[in-house]
Design a protein around this ligand. Sequence first.
Ligand code: BEZ
Length: 212
Amino acid sequence: MASLRLGDEAPNFTADSSVGTINLYDYLGDSWGILFSHPADFTPVCTTELGTAAQFKDEFDKRNVKMIALSVDGAESHKEWIKDINEVQNTTVTFPIIADEDKKVSTLYDMIHPNADSSLTVRSVFIIGPDKKVKLTLTYPASTGRNFYELLRVIDSLQLTANHKVATPANWKNGEKVVVSPAIATSDAIKIFPKGVEEIKPYLRMTPDPTA
Ligand code: BEZ
């Protein structure tokens, strides 16, 4: 399976999970989605990641993003592990964890990188738009837990730039100034962005966040 690229359709699947059989497209409906893989159950970094994801549920909900995790262990194992996660992270995991024992989904999404580990998934992230297209991919090694503040930040950027002719600069955070899309002439930008356009260079124009 070739790697999924930005703009590709996120492959649909039906799989067993910690909450029973789940179909990705039915689960997502019209929402955004974040699908993230974990190397294995009952592992320390994954435990902190899933607990953090559960603690951030309100933030994902605010952005209309449904979470779905995956590891190649079975559903009964996931359910036992969730008890530990809830206990040690003082939270309640409610989103599904796919039980990908036959590696069907991890193969579909190219989550096993054999030169890193022959059988366990790496830490992949796929952000899926309401149009079911892949909007962002990230790949971390098993040894590095992901930054969930960064995942929320990138969702803010994806949702803003989906609706406005802007891009977000380095280290941008929600509410800060944004870059006017290079495709727009400054003379047009002034009309499109009534809050003002600052021309630093002809190709570098900033404007306040149009939604703030
Ligand atoms: C962990 O989640 O802690 C982990 C899993 C596989 C390899 C290394 C760390």
